[in-house]
Write a protein that binds this ligand. Structure first.
Ligand SMILES: Nc1ncnc2c1ncn2[C@@H]1O[C@H](COP(=O)(O)OP(=O)(O)OP(=O)(O)O)[C@@H](O)[C@H]1O
Ligand SMILES: [Mg+2]
Length: 148
């Protein structure tokens, strides 16, 4: 189901933003990106690059307190942060299933909190802090990507 695997390393926030821009250039409507990684791993930073490439009306900010931010751009971007979700079904009350079919790009931080509701064809991105400026990023994708 996820035949394509990529391993990358970014050495600054700017490089992570640039990776988001390259990824965004290849996304089709209704694609879900599950962004895994601890606090400050760079999930929102990658989201900023995706929003910037799609000419979103605002730069991505952390939706931690609102659970979802919606941006208008060349494609709509629906940016979820599930950090505060206590039960996976809470996401359904926010209309999660409708967002999956709204012809936008769906970004999900802390996707492990809603594991049973993630679509099988999500692009899974695992981000890990190496040191202050360096992040290791592994991407598992059902579609081939050009990331260099
Ligand atoms: N290579 C890098 N890529 C991304 N961010 C980096 C990098 N190096 C340093 N940083 C810093 O790490 C922090 C990443 O914050 P960000 O909000 O993107 O994390 P997050 O994964 O969304 O965390 P949270 O779970 O709290 O939402 C920022 O302060 C950023 O400047
Ligand atoms: Mg974040």
């Amino acid at each position: 189901m996820k035949p394509f695997r990529y391993r990358l390393r970014t050495r600054s926030p700017r490089e992570t933003v640039a990776l988001g821009e390259r990824l965004a250039a290849q996304l089709e409507p209704d694609r879900v990106l599950a962004l895994y990684g601890d606090l400050a791993a760079g999930k929102t930073t990658l989201s900023k690059g995706i929003c910037s490439y799609l000419n979103a009306d605002q730069p991505a900010t952390s939706p931690t307190f609102t659970l979802i931010n919606e941006y208008r751009g060349d494609l709509p971007v629906f940016h979820f942060d599930c950090y505060r979700i206590k039960h996976p079904d809470e996401i359904l009350l926010l209309g999660f299933e409708e967002y999956l079919e709204a012809r936008g790009i769906v970004l999900i931080e802390w996707p492990e909190r809603i594991a049973q509701h993630l679509p099988a064809d999500s692009i899974d991105i695992f981000m890990r802090v190496v040191n202050e400026h360096t992040r290791d990023i592994e991407i598992l994708s059902p579609v081939e990507l050009e990331l260099l």
